[in-house]
Structures are given as structure tokens and as C-alpha cells.
Design a protein around this ligand. Sequence first.
Ligand SMILES: Cc1ncc(COP(=O)(O)OP(=O)(O)O)c(N)n1
Ligand SMILES: Cc1ncsc1CCOP(=O)(O)O
Ligand SMILES: [Mg+2]
Length: 211
Amino acid sequence: MNKETLLLYFIMGSQDTDKDPAEVLKQAVAGGITCFQFREKGPASKTVEQKEELARELLAVCRSHSIPFIVNDDVDLAVQIGADGVHIGQGDEPASSVKKKLPAHMIVGVSAKTLKEAEKAVQDEADYIGTGPMYATTSKDDADEPIGPEGIQDLRKFGITLPIVGIGGITEKNVKSIMRAGADGVSLISAISRAIDPKEAAQRLRQLAQK
Ligand SMILES: Cc1ncc(COP(=O)(O)OP(=O)(O)O)c(N)n1
Ligand SMILES: Cc1ncsc1CCOP(=O)(O)O
Ligand SMILES: [Mg+2]
């Protein structure tokens, strides 16, 4: 995958907004996001049928603007709807077995915050690593303790060259620190999904992420 794709990586499910998710996504796209992850998760998320319906609606928005559409956790859904890729965490199916199920063109992103996890992701031929939480977050119930941008710096210091996005608590105030630590992009939910004006928020975040 082209690492520029990761510059402003927006993640959202219906639980992350009080508005119509498709409208929020359209505004985020207009503001300059470069990638989207559908993450329908947690107690306020949708049932299986509703989840697929929303996934297809959001996929159509991304397709009409050539924005890659990644599905979080749900490999079967990703294949079923023809998504561009999947994102899997340490508690999910291993990347090596996920890769075997997917056509070669599909992107596989892996969450990794330790050197060991990152090296495993490299070995499994992941396309990128999501590292975090960078800072405290209210968007993930079971989030670990924040590791800060130093977590990315360390992975770079130990020779990880795979594209990396920082995730967790990223706002306009700390985007630059994440990029300076060696990230290829920032991945965020609430800074866009709960912004009063998601388009303007995305525009400002994109400007800050750009080196
Ligand atoms: C880009 C990106 N990075 C990390 C994550 C977190 O994945 P995971 O640890 O599996 O947690 P859930 O998102 O599944 O709750 C992510 N989704 N995206
Ligand atoms: C999915 C995920 N993984 C680690 S932190 C996080 C949530 C990020 O959400 P926000 O950008 O609102 O802090
Ligand atoms: Mg996961």
C-alpha cells in the first residue's frame, strides 16, 4: 500500500456520533481524510444486519471519492462487501491466518505497540501498524494505558520501517508530536466524528499532519 494513504485515517461506527454516520463521513471526506475504517463496536453498536447495511452505505461514500475502506475486526464482512482491507488487533485472529483468507490486493493493518508485536506484524506481512493508545481515549472501552509518541519513536529506533499510524486521543493539539515521532499518519475517531463541523476539523487535522 501507498503510505500516504495513512496520513489522515478516520475511524467511525454508529456509536461514535449523534449524527447520521454517512453525513459525518461525507463531511470528513470533503475535509481531506485519506483512509476510512468502519469500526462498529461496543454496547451502543448495531446488530449484524444493520451493521452490514451501514457498512455498505459508508463503503459507497468512500468508493465515490476513492478513499480506501477498511473494516475493523470482521474479516468475513470485509470480504462479503468487497472492502479494501481489514484491521486486526492482538486479541483478534492472527494476521498470518487472515492474510491467507484474503485476496493479495487487500490491505491488512495490525495493532502493535511492543517491538515483539511489531516484528510479528512485519513477519506476517502486515501492510501497516496501528500503535497506541498515544493518549487517553474515551472511544475504546478496553483501551490500554497510553504509551505516548515515544512508543512510535521506540519502534523506529529498533528498526521498524513498516508504515505506522498513531491512535488514541489524537487531536489538533498533538498531531504534530505524533508525526515528529516517526508516524506516517494519524488515526482518530472523536476528533472528527464528534466535531461540531467534521469537514473543518478534518481540514485542520490534514494541514497539521502534512509535513
Ligand atoms: C488504525 C488502528 N489502530 C489500532 C486499532 C485498534 O485495534 P484493536 O486493538 O483490535 O482494538 P479495536 O479497535 O478492535 O477495539 C484500530 N482499530 N485501528
Ligand atoms: C480504536 C482505538 N484503539 C486504540 S485507541 C482507540 C480509540 C481512538 O479514538 P479517539 O481518536 O476518539 O481517541
Ligand atoms: Mg480489534
